[in-house]
Design a protein around this ligand. Structure first.
Ligand code: SF4
Ligand code: SF4
Length: 106
């Protein structure tokens, strides 16, 4: 019978406290379950620029962004550039051609 620890109780509830490694169950990879702050924007070659007058806030870019870094502003959507990795998917998928990719300068 499984020993009832705080970790097993949390696992049964489907909740893991990511900052406390003692709560990560033995059957999960500890590396994959650790929080690593990924600043994916640091190695970007291009950045998306939203032409605000063309954005109709349809949220297509938000739905397609693989790192979920598109944020809603009062009248448009735009990327959080600290996490945007510059893949250009948002620009390709925007049905209103409101996003262009521009080269990052050093
Ligand atoms: S997909 Fe284009 S039009 Fe839609 S919210 Fe994003 S930038 Fe705006
Ligand atoms: S360029 Fe890629 S990572 Fe950046 S906002 Fe667009 S879809 Fe997201």
């Amino acid at each position: 019978m499984e020993k009832k620890t705080e970790a097993t109780v949390k696992r049964k509830k489907g909740h893991y406290d990511m900052f406390d490694s003692s709560t990560v169950p033995d059957d999960l990879c500890p590396i994959a379950t650790d929080i690593i702050v990924m600043r994916t924007g640091e190695w970007r070659a291009e950045r998306p620029v939203v032409m605000r007058s063309k954005c109709v806030k349809c949220a297509t870019c938000w739905a397609f962004c693989p790192v979920q870094c598109i944020e809603e502003k009062p009248l448009w959507f735009e990327a959080d550039l600290s996490r945007c990795k510059g893949c250009g998917i948002c620009a390709t998928e925007c049905p209103h051609h409101a996003i262009i990719m521009v080269e990052e300068k050093e």
